[in-house]
Write a protein that binds this ligand. Structure first.
Ligand SMILES: *Cc1c(COP(=O)(O)O)cnc(C)c1O
Length: 411
């Protein structure tokens, strides 16, 4: 791609695409928003990195604290660093090693979190990719998502050794999967009772699905608060910026105030922080209403097109994240976990993806990803999607279900 403007990407040949990836989430205002560009340009002229805090970093931290339940945040340069640091802090604070995660949840490419489930529930994990030593995942437990009984069993078996449980606030990295009502609350309670920390990873959902991220849609109403949270994507406004934060007593354990080491040469970079701060300040209630509305519209269009073409599917939403699962049969009506998400006819998705691309609509190039909209997705962009869908659905319908779908490993 050569450039982006509003809801569109333009490739090196000048072809225009409606962008439903939005850089994997950050661009809630669309590409090249003029106010963001102006603020970034002015920031560059003040100097690009100081190696000591500058006003944009402090103001971005204050904006995050104002929107979410964290007392304090520390800025880093990627979501991967945020989750890696949060886990180190949890291990340092608790003096325990075990980390619990869910199959299908992605938390960046941290060695310990690139883990696949072992042979049964409550067995320790195996590396999910070459290059990760078994020792790096030996202290990771991988459980099925939305399965409270499995979590209870793991805590009953290993509770005294668990440093933390990390979960996407609403998974968007196996397609969009909402937590069952009360699931996050139950996780927070289980962690609390075991003396473990509850880490809610809002790198994808944070500042996208509401002002206060997914927590704003569940924890804020149910009255629970994560011990630690991680943020990224939207808060960088298209630049590398991320953060982790939480309770003051936990954050006080970080160096230099406390003993748990953490650092980053470009963390809190003034240009990146300016892009993020400007984006968050422009992300008003109107912007969130627009994101919700356009996500609902596109999700309904996709659902209708696949229904009309008789393609078995589940279109699912988690806040304004949504995705279409090309499931094997009409018997699957909801996708609560990675096992179900893996029961897709992947060649059907591939055919659908390419048919959309040929008609100028750029979808996430995987059946295991959420689709992202921006507030710049206007009626023209939606009309382009609507016009492309019938042919893409027909192309998908022509692909036989074939042998059982391959499953994706890794995340
Ligand atoms: C994208 C993502 C990460 C990793 O962030 P990077 O900036 O790509 O390192 C972590 N957690 C979640 C939930 C994500 O969606």
């Amino acid at each position: 791609m050569a450039r982006g403007q509003g809801p569109y990407l333009y490739d090196v040949d000048g072809v225009e695409y409606v962008d439903l990836v939005c850089s994997w989430g950050p661009l809630i205002l669309g590409h090249a928003h003029p106010h963001v560009l102006d603020a970034v340009t002015a920031a560059v002229h003040r100097g690009t990195s100081f190696g000591t805090p500058a006003p944009p970093e402090v103001e971005l931290a204050a904006e995050i604290v104002a929107r979410t339940p964290v007392d304090q945040v520390r800025l880093v340069s990627s979501g991967t660093e945020a989750t890696m640091s949060a886990i180190r802090l949890a291990r340092g604070c608790t003096g325990r090693d075990l980390v619990v995660k869910f199959a299908g949840c992605y938390h960046g490419h941290v060695d310990a979190l690139l883990a696949a489930a072992g042979s049964g529930i409550a067995t320790l994990a195996i590396p999910g990719t070459p290059g990760v030593p078994a020792a790096a995942t030996a202290a990771t437990l991988v459980l099925p998502y939305n399965d409270l009984a499995a979590v209870q069993q793991a805590f009953a078996t290993y509770g005294d050794s668990i440093a933390c449980l990390i979960t996407e606030a609403a998974p968007g990295n196996m397609g969009a999967v909402a937590p069952l009502p009360g699931f996050n609350a139950a996780l927070a309670r289980l962690c609390h009772d075991a003396g473990a920390l509850f880490i809610s990873d809002e790198v994808m959902t944070g500042f996208r699905v509401s002002r206060a991220g997914y927590w704003g849609l569940d924890g804020a109403n149910e009255g629970w608060v994560p011990d630690l949270m991680t943020f990224g994507k939207v808060m960088g406004g298209g630049f590398p910026a991320a953060a982790f934060g939480g309770r003051r007593d936990l954050m006080a354990q970080l160096a230099p105030e406390g003993p748990v080491y953490q650092a980053g040469t470009l963390a809190g970079n003034p240009v990146a922080a300016t892009a993020g701060l400007t984006t968050l300040r422009l992300a008003t209630d109107d912007v969130y209403r627009r994101l919700d509305a356009v996500a609902a519209t596109i999700a309904a269009l996709v659902d209708d097109a696949l229904t009309d073409a008789c393609v078995p599917h589940v279109v699912q939403r988690a806040g304004n994240l949504f995705s279409a699962f090309f499931v094997e049969t009409d018997d699957i009506t909801t996708v609560p976990d990675f096992g179900t998400a893996s029961r897709q006819v992947l060649p059907r998705f591939a055919a659908f993806f390419h048919a959309m691309l040929e008609q100028g609509v750029y979808l996430p190039p995987s059946a295991f990803e959420a689709w992202f909209v921006s507030a710049a997705h206007d009626d023209r962009a939606v009309d382009r999607i609507a016009a492309a869908l019938p042919r893409a659905a027909a192309v998908a319908a022509a692909i036989p279900a074939g042998p059982p779908a391959a499953t994706k490993s890794g995340k």
